[in-house]
Write a protein that binds this ligand. Structure first.
Ligand code: HEM
Length: 166
């Protein structure tokens, strides 16, 4: 939710669009773990010509898959509308987009996570407009450094000033 608010603050066009949509209708999405939880092969498998022996630990880098320029146009840009224009969904069936993993061991908390993030973001965007804190002139100054390892958190806390809208 913090990353979603950070990207929205950096992209006022998308912030305004999301607020208009929410305020006019009373919907949104976003991300993710960089790596899926480790898996171990049960038998010998061959993928793309590579032999993988049994009992090998596999780490799937979904961060890289989600930024693959062969799959996504302008992958580094924050363009949430891209999800409205694709049939790829986040529920484990579209392998280019796997924020909750896939298969038997995919995230069982997905419905709760989606409901919490959507409701949280929706409330922040419906009730408030968001402006930069004193001393910050442009959204370009918002620090985007990452910290953490298994889950990526913001290194510097996001600071924005809420202005009551409703
Ligand atoms: C936005 C929030 C969340 C994201 C992005 C997320 C993502 C993930 C991912 C990528 C996996 C690994 C799936 C795989 O290896 O295929 C996972 C596993 C798991 N998640 Fe989540 N998760 C979230 C929230 C939650 C919540 C709210 C709960 C519990 C209430 C939860 C419980 C679990 C559990 C128990 C597993 C391990 C499942 C297993 O190994 O069988 N997650 N999650």
């Amino acid at each position: 939710m913090i990353w979603a608010m950070t990207e929205l603050a950096k992209n006022p066009r998308v912030m305004r669009k999301a607020q208009e949509e929410i305020r006019n209708t009373l919907g949104l999405k976003k991300e993710t773990l960089p790596l899926l939880l480790p898996r171990e092969t049960m038998s010998h498998v061959k993928i793309n010509g590579y032999d993988i022996p049994p009992k090998t630990q596999i780490l799937l880098n979904v961060w890289t898959i989600g930024r693959d320029p062969g799959r996504w146009t302008d992958p580094e840009a924050f363009i949430p509308e891209r999800f409205a224009n694709t049939c790829a969904d986040f529920k484990g069936q579209s392998f280019e987009l796997l924020p909750f993993g896939s298969g038997r061991r995919m995230c069982p908390g997905m419905p709760m996570a989606v409901a919490s993030v959507e409701l949280g973001l929706l409330s922040l965007l419906y009730f408030f407009d968001w402006i930069l804190p004193e001393g910050m002139i442009s959204e370009g100054e918002i620090d985007m450094k990452e910290a953490g390892n298994l889950t990526i958190v913001k290194k510097q806390p996001l600071q924005l000033v809420p202005v009551l809208h409703h």
